[in-house]
Design a binder for this molecule. Sequence first.
Ligand SMILES: Cc1cc2nc3c(=O)[nH]c(=O)nc-3n(C[C@H](O)[C@H](O)[C@H](O)COP(=O)(O)OP(=O)(O)OC[C@H]3O[C@@H](n4cnc5c(N)ncnc54)[C@H](O)[C@@H]3O)c2cc1C
Length: 448
Amino acid sequence: MITVTGWGHTKKANVERIAPSKIEEIQEVISNSPPKSLIARGLGRSYGDAAQNNRASIIELSNFKKISLNIFEKTVTAEAGVSFDELLKYLIPKGYFLPVTPGTKHITVGGAIAADIHGKNHHIDGSFGNHIKSIVLIDGKGILKQLFPDQNNQSNSALEFWATVSGMGLTGIIIEATFSVIPIKSSLIKVDTFKYKSLENIMDTMIKNDEKYKYSVAWIDSLHPKGRGVITFGEHALVEDINTKTNKEKLEYSNKSIAKAPNIFPSGLLNVFTVRAFNEAWYRKYPNQKENQIISIGEYFYPLDGIDNWNNIYGKKGFIQYQFVVPDNSSEIIPESLSTLRELGAPSFLTVLKRFGFNNPGLLSFPSKGWTLAIDIPASLPNLTLTLNKLDEKISDAGGKIYLAKDSRMSPEIFRLCYPKLKEWQKIKNILDPDNKFSSDLSKRLAI
Ligand SMILES: Cc1cc2nc3c(=O)[nH]c(=O)nc-3n(C[C@H](O)[C@H](O)[C@H](O)COP(=O)(O)OP(=O)(O)OC[C@H]3O[C@@H](n4cnc5c(N)ncnc54)[C@H](O)[C@@H]3O)c2cc1C
């Protein structure tokens, strides 16, 4: 038995860890397990309770690490235990990049599919599920099957595919997937930066540039009354964009972290005063406008990976990452929620705003057209639960959603309002896992 938590460290689970080496072993484990006793776990980067199952078992695919590239189809076939870090190390020197990547490279292929992760390019390219050609799954009956996404085909395979993409591990164990990769000419990103004194200007500029840039993200100073911040738009740099004297790096990949957060951090160090000072310094660090700056893939996509275990800075009680999406016609919820959390005194140095494009058929998929805001908040903040419950209502009334991969506290009622395709998903879950073998602390909390 070991103790595991999500990245936010809010809830512990005592679990039996199973790390099979062969497909047959997984099938045997599934056949011999009682209901509600299994859940897959990747690298535990979901913030809440999705990848744990208290007093039951987690299955880790740490022995499933094969990768192969098909340069004619521009696709990769990777086993579910392969991390994005390992994929980047393999792909970048060959001139390819991932179609979608989150803000950390320490996630697995299995975790990326189960959460249908999104990146800074959702407004252009959709989420990870949009790029998957096929998935190999072992379902709750122990049957090994290959699933395809054909969106016009209402065959069971397509429905099972879209119930597994975004299914949070509850339809079975993903063993392998084939997905497209994108050719790149360099491992550098060309960045245009714009700093604004108000959230209104930031949102205006992001909307106007929806089609211009592949990657788009804004950091918001959540403690500032006007919600000032910095937008960084990005594109993969072409060879002609690079000044080879200053940027020798071409198709190289570096995954070095620069520091490690200690295991025990003094509680109370993160408060409105320290975070306000940090945000001030962070805001000042940027020029008002800078174009064509060339930076590495790591600097643009994974700045937080530079500090190992940075989640420790929230101390013993941990933190919540509150991430929601609202449609464009309810964009006022973005400034309203920021001002509600500011009034509460939520000290967040990591508040990120992104644009989403259209949703895919993933039955529990999070992204849909509009705005998504992610804000880190210490779990010990007084009155946090009540405040977030009220925000949940506002978001679900507006047709928005709370992200399952970040959630550790939403109620079953709000979940049902946010995810109207749940009944459809449940029908497929019953076909794939009739004895309900797969279950997690998240699925129990949300009564899925
Ligand atoms: C710093 C940071 C930044 C992030 N940025 C983003 C972002 O920009 N966009 C975004 O979408 N997410 C983001 N995330 C969240 C992260 O991408 C997802 O939570 C992802 O699912 C984590 O993958 P993992 O391998 O760690 O999976 P885990 O957290 O271990 O598991 C997540 C879910 O996947 C399921 N799962 C894992 N492996 C399998 C498998 N083999 N078969 C079936 N199910 C499986 C688990 O059961 C669980 O439900 C971020 C997380 C961090 C820590």
